[in-house]
Ligand binder design. Structure first.
Ligand code: UT7
Length: 333
């Protein structure tokens, strides 16, 4: 089996920004409530005519450029998203075509906000076994397109963006040291987009009732998130033979500053090792972790050999984490 690591990173967020003050004019909310309850100050929102494939394409291109790898060399593209361009064809196929990744197999993976973790875990199996050498993994979302902009309990939380990573074999002892993934379908109703699938196809009635938009029972998701982030982080560290003091960087899914603070406190990880960017972007679902990883790398916060824990949770319910020992090869900040 090969060791598998990240050899290139890229991200993209759309230019247009909606601040909490902007939201005050749209729904019955205020900056103070949003900031104190969530930590979010603004979010980037894609224009109406920009689908998620465009965000994923731009992030993917940047990652390939960063890795100095031509699109023709890519063997597989996995896009983690819950806001695909279409139910089918897969967004990954559209992205492969845009990139000119002619030999790449391509498919989408849906694990909501845990999507990037599920996707790197999946991608790394292909590389570890030698079936593929180069896999492009992209977490991308246009959450703005599935929000009910009249529902103050959800529309203030999310943003749009994409982050990408190129996976290849790396020197033994580097790269991904452990993964842990989990899911519990009994909690599916806590966070869902009820209409538009085969259970409840889109109709005039579903649109009138806003059933094609994201629905969430926030408090229940909150409790699940804190509990699971702690458990899965402990497990993934144990699998890697590491303890909390070995963690150089902790990159949690960026949903709510209070969830992150509570989990970090219980884990006993020093706050200066925790990456947070939700104040700028809100919750970008599958894009949250790769955008944070890319920014951390480009800001010089990651050095060779650093041990990074990435942990996510989301609809499904799903959760997952990995330990990544930052690779020695090829990357340029
Ligand atoms: O990627 C995973 C996706 N989701 C999450 O991670 C979300 C997890 N949950 C959360 O982050 C939090 O539960 C929320 C931020 C969604 C809500 O915070 P909360 O502290 O759990 O508030 P709450 O839902 O219990 O609501 C408290 C009050 C309510 O008013 P009453 O009933 O106490 O009078 C809400 O109606 O705050 C009200 N409220 C708002 N007020 C101003 C809810 N949304 C807003 C708002 N502005 N935007």
């Amino acid at each position: 089996m090969f060791s598998v690591g990240i050899v290139g990173m890229g991200s993209y967020v759309p230019e247009n920004v909606i601040t909490n003050l902007d939201l005050e004019k749209m729904v019955d909310t205020n900056d103070q409530w949003i900031t104190s309850r969530t930590g979010i100050r603004k979010r980037h929102i894609a224009p109406k005519d920009m689908p998620v494939s465009e965000l994923c394409y731009r992030a993917g291109l940047r990652a390939l450029e960063n890795a100095q790898i031509a699109p023709e060399e890519v063997d597989l593209i996995i896009v983690a998203t819950m806001t695909p361009d279409y139910a089918f064809p897969a967004t990954a196929c559209i992205v492969a075509d845009r990139l000119g990744a002619k030999k790449a197999a391509a498919f989408d993976l849906e694990a909501a906000c845990t999507g990037f973790i599920f996707a790197v875990a999946t991608a790394s199996q292909f590389v570890a076994t030698g079936m593929y050498k180069t896999v492009l993994v992209i977490g991308g979302e246009t959450m703005s397109k599935i929000l009910n902009w009249e529902d103050r309990s959800t529309c203030i939380l999310f943003g749009d963006g994409a982050g990408a990573a190129v996976l290849q074999p790396v020197e033994k002892g580097f790269g991904f040291l452990s993964f842990e993934l989990g899911s519990d379908g009994s909690g599916g109703k806590l966070l869902s987009q009820p209409a538009g699938g085969s259970k409840c196809p889109a109709s005039l009635e579903t649109v009138e009732k806003n059933l094609h938009t994201l629905q969430m029972q926030g408090r229940d998701v909150y409790k699940f998130a804190v509990r699971n982030m702690v458990d899965v982080s402990v497990n993934v560290l144990e699998k890697a033979g590491l303890g909390k003091d070995d963690v150089d960087l902790f990159i949690p899914h960026q949903a709510n500053i209070r969830i992150i603070d509570a989990a970090v406190k219980r884990l006993g990880i020093s706050p200066d090792k925790v990456i947070m960017n939700l104040d700028k972007y809100g919750n970008m679902s599958a894009a949250s972790i790769p955008v944070a990883l890319d920014e951390s790398f480009k800001e010089g916060r990651i050095a060779e050999g650093d041990r990074i824990v990435m942990v996510g949770f989301g609809a499904g319910l799903t959760w997952g984490a990995c330990v990544l020992k930052w690779t020695k090869v090829g990357l340029k900040a």
